[in-house]
Design a protein around this ligand. Structure first.
Ligand SMILES: [Mg+2]
Length: 175
């Protein structure tokens, strides 16, 4: 078994969406979990001492995100969500987005289902040719790396969200 060294590629680490530059006619591909929202476990204890734990979605940076939405509209750009969730979570995902104030009817949501990398998904299923720029926003550096392999460098700008980053096992794409 051989180990490959990781390739260096450009990206900008961010903690807020105000730092995302949106040039004219861009396609913004944005992750959902730990990028625009995160799940919080809330524990409720009733008088009988019974604990109920439930999960609620929280926005990572609501003011920064709505500012970015306004800039996307002003620059004739398009936002799509690209998540590793499965497509069977569509109703849940729409509910999570609504809960944090994002209208899920206005934006396409793409699901890789963790079956292929995000880079490969873009290559196979998203037509980037009408756009001057592809802006990719995600909290997993492994996802940024796969996108780096599939989108031409002169068209691509990548942002790594570090505000709610959770460490997942590093994923090496088969390319
Ligand atoms: Mg994520």
């Amino acid at each position: 078994m051989t180990t490959q060294s990781r390739e260096l590629f450009p990206y900008v680490p961010i903690t807020e969406f105000l730092s995302v530059d949106i040039p004219e006619n861009s396609l913004i591909l944005c992750d959902i979990d730990d990028t625009v929202l995160y799940q919080e476990y809330v524990r409720q204890v009733c008088q009988m001492g019974i604990h109920t734990v439930y999960i609620v979605s929280r926005a990572v940076d609501p003011t920064g995100f709505s500012d970015m939405l306004a800039r996307i509209e002003a620059s004739n750009s398009v936002l799509m969500f690209l998540t590793a969730r499965g497509s069977s979570s569509h109703n849940t995902t729409k509910g999570n987005l609504s809960y944090v104030g994002i209208d899920p009817q206005r934006y396409a949501i793409h699901y890789t289902g963790s079956l292929i990398s995000k880079g490969e998904y873009i290559d196979r299923f998203i037509d980037i040719t009408p756009y001057n720029h592809v802006i990719f926003i995600d909290d997993q550096i492994g996802n940024l790396e796969t996108v780096h392999h599939f989108v031409p460098a002169n068209k691509l700008k990548q942002y790594l969200c570090t505000a709610r980053h959770t460490i997942l096992p590093y994923y090496k794409p088969l390319v």
